[in-house]
Write a protein of this length. Structure first.
Lengths: 393, 261
């Protein structure tokens, strides 16, 4: 049904190609390469956190909503974009975008109001502990209405959109691209940058452990039970970075922009299965043992990966020494330095043990964007590549 | 109206009604409290709550919606189980038959879209708990219970994805479960697995690693279908139900919906 509707609209447009629109589309396609897409959305998040009192005003937020919806709907006239978005299992992603956007607005709107009120010494939106109401009728009825609306929503959704069913499972016919269910596409996207033991096991594990550990690390007693940003800017910024960028944005990237061979395609590009796969990547060890000596051209330092053991160190450790030093510095030296500078106050507040856990979680969270940037800029593949033991970072 | 009231009163005065609802119509403070206290389901709630806590803009009702969706999934799931057999020979054709022959064939749609909606709702519930700082003492433990619930909800969705046994299902699960191959020490392509050997014979290989445990085979085949079915229909839902009970209990024990002191 949706299909024919779309065809009608597309044919109504008359098939003439508008030069301006095409140029706009190719600009957007270009900006959707991960290096721009992730960077731009991150910048957007930072700006949003800094200006939360402005964009949360209902009028501004309404304008943003209208502009985004206009863009989204207009995009649907593009055949390639529409093909992706109308896949039944991708419909939830459109919902995710809208609901997450709305709820983020709702939360930050109240945070903005509360922060203003606190500055003026007025009571919070949530104040009034003695204001109690009876559960019957106030809560029970709210719940009933929510239940009815939710059911209606679900039934309508089920009537309008058929659940997908593809041809029967065939172990010899591998679809290209093979995608995980949409809520795991963020993790699948990490496979571009990390080996499966990090992307598929370690990082998900750390997300779970990290979330559970959060209340024990965040010792800030303020902001308990009401919306605020001013009283806990650091924790909220880190969490929003993780939730919005590292989870939601990567899901959008994985759904809309990844095509055959996991190559990147702009939202308005046709998925071409014959586009060649990505180019060669290099490791830190290559940079140190080959590129560097070649550039420096010293008489005593010949380019070439070491393949001899050194004293008691096996050859692979010698080869990977530069990367190991880098990684070791990041995980073990940097936190010491930070504890005396930027994180001084945090360290004083939470103490040694909590700080160690905090750094374990934070360092792994930020190794993701760090490695992304290094890949985009230098085609870097591994810091440490001990392929002998499947141990690559 | 008069007749309506008369019939209503007749039923409310009857012995049957009185045996079920042991209080009058909830019109005043006492009977309203009774309505909550004397009902095993409603008494998940306290009798009275802070006004700010039940404002829709505070909780977004997201925890409640997650719960509703879980119940909707349970009901539609049980109905689906009547029509579905988890063996490779029948799984796909049962789904096709379900589409073609079952009256009001919305079951599968409701179940599938409900699952997607639950995944979204649970994230947003977490987001609101986070933004209101409601994970702070005394609610640290309940936040942890929530995180486990979130993990299990994703696993529920994931295990269910395989059951239609179509191309979408088998390859999505193949991609997902390939990760288990790389589990450190426990997967045969994971770091450290090569160290685990006895007299040169590796302990961890394709037929003994974490992925094999999950799939009951080296590829996504009949063993995986059965395992995912059992996990999806029995094990995970039971654990989730228990944890939801703990979660609700703790919401009350930790002082009800959070609010500023
Ligand atoms: C099956 C999944 C879940 C269900 C059915 C559920 C249900 C609920 C309900 C009904 C409430 C009452 C207040 C509200 O609606 O917001 C609540 C509160 C709470 N939930 Fe959940 N929840 C689930 C998952 C989670 C998750 C994933 C987290 C966090 C990671 C979480 C953490 C909490 C906390 C800390 C509270 C207390 C909040 C307060 O007192 O303000 N829950 N939950």
């Amino acid at each position: 049904m949706i299909d024919t509707y779309w065809q009608l609209l597309a044919s109504a447009e008359g098939g003439h190609s508008d030069g301006l629109i095409d140029r706009l589309k190719s600009t957007i396609d270009y900006l959707c390469a991960p290096e721009y897409f992730v960077t731009l959305t991150t910048l957007l998040l930072i700006v949003a956190l800094l200006t939360y009192k402005i964009w949360t005003k209902p009028k501004v937020a309404g304008l943003i909503f209208a502009a985004f919806t206009f863009f989204y709907v207009a995009s649907m006239f593009d055949e390639d974009f529409f093909k992706i978005i109308k896949k039944p299992d991708n419909v939830p992603i459109t919902m995710m975008i809208y609901f997450t956007g709305f709820c983020t607005w709702l939360g930050f709107r109240q945070a903005a109001i509360n922060d203003d009120r606190m500055k003026r010494g007025e009571p919070l939106l949530e104040s009034g502990a003695d204001d109690k109401v009876l559960v019957w009728p106030d809560l029970v009825y709210t719940e009933l209405i929510a239940l009815v609306l939710c059911t209606a929503f679900l039934v309508v959704w089920a009537i309008v959109l058929k659940a997908p069913l593809e041809p029967p499972a065939n172990p010899t016919n591998i679809p290209n691209p093979s995608k995980a269910p949409w809520y795991f596409l963020g993790l699948q996207e990490l496979l571009v940058y990390f080996d499966p033991w990090i992307a598929g096991v370690l990082l998900p594990g750390l997300i779970i452990v990290g979330l559970i550990a959060l209340p024990y690390i965040d010792k800030n007693p303020r902001g308990n039970g009401y919306y605020t940003l001013r009283e806990r800017p650091f924790v909220i910024s880190v969490f929003m970075f993780g939730f919005v960028i590292m989870w939601c944005v990567l899901i959008v990237l994985g759904t809309f922009l990844r095509g055959p061979n996991w190559n990147l395609f702009g939202p308005f590009e046709t998925w071409d299965p014959h586009r060649p796969a990505a180019l060669l990547n290099i490791n830190v060890s290559d940079v140190f043992w080959v590129v560097l000596p070649e550039r420096l051209a010293l008489s005593w330092w010949k380019p070439g990966l070491p393949d001899q053991p050194f004293l008691f160190l096996p050859a692979y450790l010698v080869r990977e020494a530069p990367g190991l030093v880098l990684v070791g510095g990041y995980f073990f030296v940097l936190p010491v330095f930070l504890a005396q500078t930027v994180f001084r106050r945090i360290y004083r507040e939470i103490g040694f043990v909590r700080y160690c856990v905090f750094w374990l979680l934070l360092s792994w969270m930020f190794i993701v964007p760090i490695k992304m940037v290094l890949r985009w800029l230098f085609n870097m593949k591994y810091f440490v590549a001990i392929t002998e033991f499947f141990f690559n970072i | 109206m008069g007749l309506f009231n008369a019939v209503g009163n007749y039923f409310r005065d009857s012995q049957v009604w009185g045996s079920i609802f042991r209080h009058g119509v909830p019109r005043d403070r006492r009977t309203r409290a009774m309505a909550i206290l004397s009902n095993v389901f409603l008494h998940l709630h306290p009798v009275a709550v802070r006004k700010s806590g039940i404002r829709l803009s505070f909780t977004w009702c997201m925890g409640g919606l997650t719960f509703f969706l879980f119940i909707a999934e349970t009901i539609s799931g049980v109905l689906l189980m009547f029509y579905y057999r988890p063996v490779v020979e029948y799984a796909y054709t049962d789904i096709v038959g379900l589409r073609a022959h079952v009256t009001l064939g919305l079951l599968r749609e409701i179940h599938r879209w409900g699952a997607h909606a639950m995944v979204i709702a649970i994230w947003l519930h977490m987001l609101r708990v986070f933004l209101t700082g409601s994970y702070k003492p005394p609610r640290e433990f309940n936040w942890g219970v929530g995180v486990i619930l979130l993990t299990l909800t994703l696993l529920l969705s994931f295990t269910g994805y395989l059951l239609p046994w179509d191309q979408l299902a088998i390859w999505a699960i193949t991609v997902g479960s390939n990760m288990a191959r790389a589990t450190p020490f426990a997967g045969h392509e994971g770091p450290g697995a090569a160290l685990l050997q006895v007299g040169g014979v590796p302990l961890i290989h394709g037929g003994s690693d974490a992925r094999f445990l999950l799939l009951g085979g080296t590829v996504v085949g009949p063993g995986a279908l059965l395992r995912f079915y059992v996990l999806h229909c029995i094990f995970i839902p039971v654990v989730v139900s228990v944890l939801i009970a703990v979660h609700f209990w703790r919401v009350r024990k930790d002082g009800g919906i959070s609010g500023p002191l």
